[in-house]
Design a protein around this ligand. Sequence first.
Ligand SMILES: NC(=O)C1=CN([C@@H]2O[C@H](COP(=O)(O)OP(=O)(O)OC[C@H]3O[C@@H](n4cnc5c(N)ncnc54)[C@H](O)[C@@H]3O)[C@@H](O)[C@H]2O)C=CC1
Ligand SMILES: CC(=O)C(=O)O
Length: 376
Amino acid sequence: MIIGIPKEIKNNENRVALTPAGVVSFVSAGHKVFVENNAGAGSGFTNEDYINTGAEIIDNSAVLWEKSDMIMKVKEPLPSEYTYFRKGLILFTYLHLAAEPALAQALKEKGVLAIAYETVSVNRTLPLLTPMSEVAGRMATQIGAQFLQKSNGGKGILLAGVPGVNRGKVTIIGGGVVGTHAAKLAIGIGADVTIIDLSADRLRQLDDIFGNQITTLMSSPFNIAQSVAEADLLIGAVLIPGAKAPKLVSEEIVKLMKPGSVIVDVAIDQGGIVETIDHITTHDNPTYVKHGVVHYAVANMPGAVPRTSTIALTNVTLPYALQIANKGVNKAISDNEALRLGVNVANGEITFEAVAKDLGYDYVKVEDALSEMVEL
Ligand SMILES: NC(=O)C1=CN([C@@H]2O[C@H](COP(=O)(O)OP(=O)(O)OC[C@H]3O[C@@H](n4cnc5c(N)ncnc54)[C@H](O)[C@@H]3O)[C@@H](O)[C@H]2O)C=CC1
Ligand SMILES: CC(=O)C(=O)O
């Protein structure tokens, strides 16, 4: 199989979908790898590093997409890349289609076989999302602390407090991977941390992990309003896999927050949980102020720490990509249920139920969408 690795074009996206070590794995299994010129530069991998491990450098995105059987990316294709879509192309990347209706339509219309990292699922865990959620969770606290500084538009508090002065309050909605890692950092710097989740079992686990270093609360409109109103920093970390994020924090609740408080909505890649966040922000221009509250809604947070993130991401994506290349995509999907759950679009159909529901398409099972091509 020919695997193509484009240079990412999203704002400040410095990750790359394959490291030189990954090239060795593909080439030694008999595959060919094309890497776009300087695709790895932002993560500290030079063209020479890729050439030395057996890849070929291609200086033109259109040519790279055209020559490749499978495109491995980090972020969802942007509109300028939709023109490269074609029937039968395999696309393996983050997609977050519930929040990207135009992309979903383009993938459908062009017959791309699109496998989303974020819905590949093993025993209700999301192995290809987890490492980036670990990164983004840790970053969320770091970024929140930074924007709480007066010079950055915040209310001018130090989350850690000092002897004789209150610690800052951090409310985290969603106690999964992002929420846990945000909490780790917030506890580490000495903040007063509350985690809100809908799952009583998850709250029990968090209580076992963090003990009385955190307060846990069941997710309800009342608890959310009360905790958010008091928070200096609110972190959005909810996920319903594949689906648009629920708007759990209304405009009225945001108005209850004190001026200079900060919201970091990590769940923005699925549309975000805060009503006053109506657009995605970028690393170049990461915040805006509404009702006196600083809003941060960057959908590719790990792109700002690309060396760590690229290695963490490719550690988990490579084994799946190798299965696709070695077995062929149909057999790989047929053999591996986790990978099958990653298929969001196939043969012009939406094959992930939550995405189909949110975007108003008929849901077609992967087995049915691919029935002419493979027995599942
Ligand atoms: N902005 C960015 O750069 C990045 C964003 N993310 C996103 O962060 C979000 C969270 O990801 P993970 O932590 O990995 O997901 P996860 O599945 O580990 O955790 C989600 C948590 O939300 C909880 N939840 C669901 N409905 C809820 C409700 N109504 N109220 C309270 N809690 C609720 C679940 O019980 C679960 O504990 C996802 O949208 C993910 O794509 C992840 C990495 C980077
Ligand atoms: C999860 C995701 O979309 C990201 O890491 O950018």
